[in-house]
Design a protein around this ligand. Structure first.
Ligand code: ADP
Ligand code: ADP
Length: 225
């Protein structure tokens, strides 16, 4: 677990500036939402933290370590996308074990870690199911477990609830928040949904046109829109 510093983080494409000089400090254990309309630069910011998009300028520092030049697998960061499709030909347990197998962990270590991750996301009893027999919410739980099983120091969530229907979204909102609190894992949560940001986060960064225009607690953001 670690804090995150973004220093003058910038991404410029030929057509436009996607992210412009974003400077933020996200504290260890904090749930931080990046909130803003489509196209304001939320995903690009998150993908730079994950290491999938190379910044044009600026730095990313995680737990005091400058990771700006590190590849994604060296950053110890877990990311879940909106449509993080789980592998349909693998069971829940196999999906969750996948990353650990890649990392060449022992069979026993994998079994123990998968069992813990399955319990963490409330899918005990569903280990042998395939995607076709899981609801959208359960699939997102698998995606989360697959990330958590590698014990990342940072959790990045990119609109993880937008593909779900409203009732499920409500349920998952509270569930994700309580899981995050239980784990105490530093989290950046990207959303265009103000209600999600206000109910889930410790602090919110409001993005517009590539910049973070405001950063504060839900109360501060709500009272000074
Ligand atoms: P958001 O996540 O807030 O919807 P994005 O970070 O996806 O916003 O995009 C920010 C801006 O950067 C948009 O104008 C988008 O079109 C542009 N953009 C994102 N990725 C690319 C890319 N690979 N090439 C060119 N422009 C991009
Ligand atoms: P998200 O739903 O996470 O915001 P998008 O649908 O905006 O993702 O983008 C999906 C992919 O397309 C990303 O890799 C992003 O960088 C790329 N992309 C987004 N906007 C553009 C663009 N204007 N030109 C080229 N690539 C883009």
């Amino acid at each position: 677990m670690s804090d995150i510093r973004l220093e003058q983080l910038t991404k410029t494409y030929a057509e436009a500036v996607a992210v412009e000089a974003v400077t933020l400090h996200i504290e260890e254990g904090e749930f931080y939402a990046l909130l803003g309309p489509s196209g304001c630069g939320k995903s690009t910011t998150l993908r730079m933290v994950a290491g999938f998009v190379k910044p044009s300028a600026g730095r990313i520092v995680i737990g005091g370590e400058d990771v700006t030049a590190l590849p994604p697998e060296k950053r110890d960061v877990g990311i879940v996308f909106q449509n993080y499709a789980i592998f349909p030909h693998m069971t829940v347990a196999e999906n969750i074990a996948f990353g650990l197998k890649l990392r060449k962990r022992s069979r026993m270590e994998i079994d123990t870690a998968v069992k813990a991750a399955v319990a963490q996301v409330g899918l005990t009893g569903f280990e042998d199911r395939y995607q076709r027999n899981l609801s959208g919410g359960q699939q997102q739980r698998v995606a989360l477990a697959r990330v958590l099983v590698t014990r990342p120091r940072i959790l990045l969530l990119d609109e993880p609830l937008s593909a779900l229907d409203k009732a499920l979204r409500e349920e998952m909102k509270f569930w994700i928040k309580s899981l995050q609190q239980e784990l105490g894992i530093t989290t950046i949560y990207v959303t265009h949904d103000q209600d999600e940001a206000l109910t889930m986060s410790d602090r919110i960064g409001v993005m517009r046109g590539g910049r973070v225009e405001q950063s504060g607690t839900p109360t501060q953001i709500y009272e000074d829109p």
